[in-house]
Design a protein around this ligand. Sequence first.
Ligand SMILES: [Zn+2]
Ligand SMILES: [Zn+2]
Length: 653
Amino acid sequence: MTYPNIDAGRDTTSGSAVSRRPRRRGKGSATDARDGVLHPKAGEFLMAVLGGCDTIGMNMTMYGSDGKWLLVDAGCTFPDDDDRDLGLEVIIPDPEFALRHAKDIVGMVVTHAHEDHVGAVSHLWPKIGCPIFCTPFAAEAVRGKLDERRKTSKVRIHTHKPGGSFSVGPFQVRTVPVAHSIPEATALAITTKAGTVVHTGDWKIDPNPVLGPKTDLAALKAIGDQGVLALMSDSTNAMSSGSTPSEGTTLDGFDRAFAGRKGAIVVGCFSSNVARLKSIALTAAKHGRKVALAGRSLVRMEDIGRKLGMFSGVAPFLSDAEIKRLPRREQVIICTGTQGEENAALSRIACAEHRHLRICDGDTVIFSARKIPGNEESIEAIQQKLRNLGATVLTPADFPVHVSGHPSRDDLAEMIRTVRPATVVPVHGTPAHLEAHAELSRSVGTPSAVLPRNGSVLRITKERGVEVLDSFPARMLAWNGARLVGWAPSETDPEAAMAALLSAEALGGSGSAPRHSGHPSPDPEESRRRKSPASHQAPRLGRDGRPVLSLDAKHRELRRAGSGIHDAGSVRVWLPDAPSDVRGDKIAGGSGKPSGKPSGNMGENSAEVGTGAGGHPHSKAEPTATRTAAQRRRDQRKRAKERRREEEAATAT
Ligand SMILES: [Zn+2]
Ligand SMILES: [Zn+2]
């Protein structure tokens, strides 16, 4: 396995474009790997990237030192409409690497409560079972997720205030408050005998965050004064110039947007942005209006926020049933659904299907969010419906009613100058974002930058800086309402899609039909059918009225169809003659060949944790004789392609 787009050990102080080739773990390595399990030594940090460094979302990182591992975040991403039609609800990193090291994981630290950082916790915690460390606000989110799956009772959740410190195993963790688009976001300074690394989580520099403390640059500077081996920092806006505007600017934006409006004002925003809710409430009070929350997630957020004292100075919110009794010029209604989600309050209001709320001529609807790429059509459709009902639709293009929660280039430079790490490791972004961040770090004078990909294992030492140690296959799993199944996006290498399916099969996860589509049906009869166990046998109809097959049914059908590339809807599948070698990436100490037999179980009811080498597909060798000539050629082509990409990456920036 090679490491595309990894720029290891680049000497940036000299401006040289020549990079050393990634060093590989070899004989005499300080890290000992047996049976595919890495045993980090006391004088080193290992960083294993399970997710977050190929696409934005699914952040999951493990830090190893002195024989133990610390998990940082376990996030998810969401499927597109087509995959939702297949019954898929969330997509998470394949936790195989974490499960393999589960007995050495001493804890999980959550940087903040966004789904791309906590969305996989409820799926993974039952398999790992380690203590969870988070702030009180994130603890509410984590408990909520575990409650949904009735896992709360056994979980040990340790809470700390942003800025607090704790020790777990060999790791001393100091948390640093950072501003972001959700309360209580934290950066982590993780110290062991090997030194200190700083993992920023999501952050921005914000002189007026409206809610909570500013990013504590003084604390980060003090940590930098002690010497920081590596800075793992948020690359989301690494291609945006300047500095991200403050959340406080939305106060002025709402003030201007509210001024002179006669009818009701509806504001759509993300429920987790409590500072935004506070800005809207403060502006409403200034304009003599009362505020109602429409939507369960908003009401839950108010409950949590009030409990934690986040709404001081804000009058209690009304319910949607209460506010309709006020004159329209006194109404402000906050709702979710800015991305055009079908079942959110904003959509129901736009379709005149909301139980209590209606749009009348002269009302104003403010979209206090950016358009997430891919949602443009749904958003436009809802906005047009609202206009047809007589509303004026306002967006961030009209008034500054939305700001990003992530740092732009000037902010990234300030973070690097504050922490002064020996190496910058850009995370939280696509390869293009990570490249842009690495380029920036060079211009700021950081000695080196290393770009990980999902599946990279880096070794960080005082003596040798950050090196590429190893890699593991970084795959994805999708939760279909009943089980985790292998998943790969249709545009990826079809081999990856096939590997995902086989991975799920090996983990015992692909044998179930999707339970439901993720879109609750308004038809009660249909809902009843879906709840009934017998409905698993009945063909489910897709949007086009044709039966939707479950993933495993598709898999069987494709197997019958023989080898070649098949379009299986959301998953394009490459079917080799003998599909036994698609998990051929070598893992340290193991043969890297799959057994193809069920081993371990990611199914919901399983109590097994696949930590033992003997229990994992990677630990079993597949006889080379079973590989076909076609497969060998394919492997050779793949290796050559990866080599080219690695070389390109080493000289391109
Ligand atoms: Zn976030
Ligand atoms: Zn994030």
